[in-house]
Write a protein that binds this ligand. Structure first.
Ligand code: NDP
Ligand code: HSE
Length: 403
């Protein structure tokens, strides 16, 4: 099977190297083309800056898109599908936006569109989710979806390094996006959560303007130390629940007691969990970023195509309503401004440098935080687990599904 790779960065090179390292499974794969910019030197014979040469080549069976970003990735994926090529991509930004369009184009052209590497890097998460959906309704998904932010939080906690120092290290290691703000502001988690929710609920999330997303840009070493002193680790979490025809989703820093799986997810690792009717809670753990774990997931998709293994079919046509009120949490807020009055309906109390907010819906919490950030750019918030000692006596347990 002949494979064209678009983009020769971290992921593209990883795919090339795994295919080159022929073993029994990969020996019938070969790289026909590598798409690069016109300005780049052609250091390998397969390199070309001409996308039409690739899509018009009858010998090429599969196009692996590893460019990143929205355009021209969107245009090239559609072009390849419409020229009868199977397409594999690790690009969650473009999938989150165009999953239905790509799936429809693949169906219309009787080819495959596979994207295992786009969520959870090397973890077979999409495959696991799709397998669960063969039997169960998946009622919630939550977890650590971003390797870069996990690496940053883990290093800050273990080695006391500063945020910027650790971010540079994550970039050097090939974990971060071309624009790392996607990693630290929670956008990358939001993309992965949208893809997961689209598959789990068979929906097509298009309007993301209401999606509550708060990243780790404003976290300080002193926050991490305070959480640790109280027995907690902080993680950037993506979470979605469904109840009837309503669903919610949120991306936010969240505290976990030190004995939990989340607190013990190190380095660039991800931990993604689902809850199904009969299977209960299922956890998926592994390296969520980096050259070879990600390329491994891409090559697994290549082998599925070669072996004609079908993935779950979804039409993404379910109608569900986004509800910002479905989940309530307790939160800690750090701000240089006096913001207690904004939370007057949620029994605000003081704990060291933080304001404790009780049982507020995720939608309302993020709406208020957005207004705080306008006056205090350094403000930070973190969600607390149920019955946390940090919430004080007035904490009542986390309640879901009040809507
Ligand atoms: P890199 O930035 O390392 O590589 C991207 C490559 O694509 C570069 O070689 C770049 O070339 C090339 N490229 C980008 N735009 C164009 C264009 N218009 N024309 C020609 N070449 C282009 O990114 P990664 O390999 O890390 O990521 C690729 C994709 O995989 C992204 O969507 C990312 O989100 C996803 N991903 C990455 C993971 C990781 O751990 N790195 C894990 C999971 C998914 P140039 O250098 O000339 O700009
Ligand atoms: N930048 C992403 C991360 C790459 O750190 O998780 C994997 O999707």
């Amino acid at each position: 099977m002949k494979v064209a790779i678009l983009g020769f960065g971290t992921v593209g090179k990883g795919v090339y190297e795994i295919i080159k390292k022929a073993n029994i499974q990969t020996q019938n794969l070969s790289v026909s083309h590598i798409f690069i910019r016109k300005s780049r030197e052609r250091i390998l014979p397969q390199m070309t800056p001409d996308i039409d040469e690739i899509v018009n080549d009858d010998q090429t069976d599969v196009v692996v898109e590893a460019l990143g970003g929205i355009e021209p990735a969107h245009e090239f994926i559609l072009k390849a599908l419409n020229h009868g090529k199977h397409v594999i991509t690790a690009n969650k930004a473009v999938i989150a936006k165009y999953l239905k369009e790509f799936t429809d184009a693949a169906d219309a052209n009787n080819v495959k569109f596979y994207f295992e590497a786009s969520v959870g890097g090397g973890i077979p998460w999409i495959q696991g989710l799709e397998k669960a959906l063969r039997i169960d309704s998946v009622n919630s998904i939550s977890g650590i979806f971003n390797g870069t932010s996990n690496f940053i939080l883990d290093q800050m906690s273990r080695n006391g390094q500063s945020f910027s120092e650790v971010l540079s290290k994550a970039q050097e290691l090939g974990y971060a996006e071309a624009d790392p703000s996607a990693d630290i502001d929670g956008i990358d988690v939001a993309n992965k959560l949208c893809i997961s929710a689209d598959i789990a609920y068979n929906i097509n999330i298009q309007d993301r303007s209401k999606l509550p997303v708060f990243g780790i840009r404003n976290i300080k070493s002193s926050d991490v130390k305070f959480f640790e002193k109280n027995g907690y680790s902080v993680k950037l979490i993506g979470q979605t629940h469904q109840k009837g025809n309503k669903f919610d989703y949120v991306v936010e820093p969240t505290l976990f007691l030190n004995h939990t799986l989340e607190a013990n997810t190190p380095d660039n690792y991800n931990l993604i969990s689902l809850n199904g009717d009969t299977i209960g809670k299922l956890d998926f753990f592994g390296q969520g970023a980096g050259m070879f774990p990600t390329a491994n997931a891409v090559v697994q998709d290549l082998l599925d195509i070669k072996e004609e293994k079908d993935h779950l079919k979804r039409d993404f046509n379910n109608e569900m309503e986004y509800s910002p009120e479905l989940t309530k949490n307790d939160y800690l807020v750090r701000s240089n401004e006096n913001v207690a009055s904004l939370f007057k309906d949620y029994a605000p109390s003081k704990k060291d440098d933080y304001l404790v907010i009780h049982q507020i819906s995720t939608g309302e919490m993020h709406r208020i935080m957005k207004s705080i950030l306008k006056v205090d750019h350094a403000a930070f918030m973190v969600s607390l687990p149920s019955n946390s000692s940090l919430a004080g006596d007035s904490s009542i347990s986390k309640q879901e599904a009040v809507a």
